[in-house]
Ligand binder design. Structure first.
Ligand SMILES: Nc1ncnc2c1ncn2[C@@H]1O[C@H](COP(=O)(O)OP(=O)(O)OP(=O)(O)O)[C@@H](O)[C@H]1O
Length: 374
């Protein structure tokens, strides 16, 4: 898939130019080997879960980029691969102008200071046998940033900034509530003063009141600490409130990207439209559209041919949907808005006149399209 996100020298000299690019992935892939038994190695090829399959994503300084999609579409794997918690299978990750996909040793350690990951479950980043104060202060020691009383003071100050009490420095993780733990998780991520933080469903385990508090805190910290965020979520209401731009993922690929306004006001991909219809407050605004999206996401090991969404697509056109992977194209008149879909390539008139084939006709097209007999 292609991207139109580019930085030219003239842009950099222009005061109205967008902020500098902090992170860019190009053709990023992460496959997991599924079978690694002796028989598989001797007799056949190892099957792979194509969790992330050629993703281009750009994050500019100071912005929040959302990654949305149903469960299993590859959001967490993308987040972990672009922060080098996972090694990419292919493609590149450029952070602050440097290719980091090949980093190891000292370079990788230095990167860890600048790029942080906040998990849905903050316990994942905390040692249950250590006080939360010790866990939050640990990166200061690992990266030789501060020790002794300076370390204690830094951790205590950050705790207060997160809305925690100094007395809670000595608490063990099991002694704190979910909301307090997520604040500790934020403190642990911010203690090294990173440039980029990836949030993986940071509030989905919390009740609605706590969600709002933590989201407000995340929002405030961005300005105070000059941070860029990648915000992974399946909750479109949350994403809408915190993100500047959004990438919609389906079966390991980005199928649409644009500003939050573009995606919510002018969604182009049938998958994005279906996702939006599943959000009650948004559905009211799109009530003229078709009904809920049927079915579930495909196998990540053997995804459908052509457009991976075609078996579930309410706008299915013809054999192209089955045999040709759609290119990522700019949406006319909507700068920075891109979509990968054959239906979105049609003129407005053709789209309006289009009636998707159903029943036997569709089955025939799918069979012929997949076998190339069309
Ligand atoms: N370590 C792993 N080994 C094998 N397969 C994996 C691994 N991690 C993820 N997967 C698979 O990769 C695909 C993408 O998973 P991933 O967790 O990235 O999706 P997700 O969109 O974040 O889902 P969720 O919202 O449920 O967390 C899924 O099919 C998943 O089962």
């Amino acid at each position: 898939m292609s991207t139109t996100d580019t930085d030219s020298t003239s842009e950099q000299n222009d005061s109205t130019a967008p902020p500098r690019e902090l992170l860019r992935t190009a053709g990023l892939k992460k496959y997991f080997a599924l079978n690694d038994g002796l028989l598989d190695r001797v007799f056949g090829e190892t099957a792979h879960v194509k969790a992330v399959d050629g993703v281009n994503l750009t994050v500019r300084a100071g912005e929040t980029v959302g990654v949305v999609g149903e469960s299993g579409c590859g959001k967490s794997t993308l987040g972990r691969t672009l922060t080098r918690l996972y090694d990419p299978t292919d493609g590149s990750v450029i952070f602050d102008g440097e290719h980091i996909e090949t980093y190891s040793g000292r370079d990788l350690k230095a990167l860890r200071r600048r790029v942080q990951y906040v998990f849905q479950d903050p316990m994942s980043a905390l040692n249950p046998r250590k006080t939360v104060g010790e866990s939050v202060g640990k990166p200061l020691e690992v990266h030789d940033i501060a020790s002794g009383t300076e370390r204690t003071d830094r951790v205590a100050n950050l705790f207060e900034e997160m809305g925690l009490m100094r007395s809670q420095l000595d608490a063990y993780p099991h002694e704190l509530s979910g909301g307090q733990l997520q604040r500790v998780g934020l403190a642990r991520a911010l203690i090294t003063e990173p440039d980029l933080v990836v949030f993986d469903e940071p509030v989905s385990a919390l009740d609605v009141t706590l969600q709002a508090q933590i989201l407000n805190l995340i929002n405030r910290l961005q300005g105070e600490y000059d941070l860029s965020y990648v915000f992974i979520s399946h909750n479109l209401n949350v994403v809408r409130h915190v993100c500047d731009r959004i990438a919609v993922m389906y079966a390991g690929e980005v199928v649409e990207r644009g500003t939050t306004e573009q995606l919510f006001e002018n969604p182009q991909h049938p998958y994005t439209r279906a996702l939006l219809r599943s959000v009650p407050s948004v559905r009211e605004r799109h009530e003229r559209e078709r009904e809920e999206l049927p079915g579930s996401p495909p196998s990540a090991t053997n995804p459908p041919s052509g457009c991976r969404f075609h078996p579930r697509c309410p706008e299915f056109i013809d054999g192209r949907c089955v045999s040709e992977a759609p290119e990522t194209r700019s949406v006319a008149g909507d700068q920075g808005h891109e979509v990968a879909c054959h239906w979105a390539e049609l003129s407005v008139e053709k789209r309006e006149a289009h009636t998707p084939p159903d029943g036997a006709a569709r089955e025939t097209i799918e069979r012929e399209g997949a076998s190339g007999e069309k």
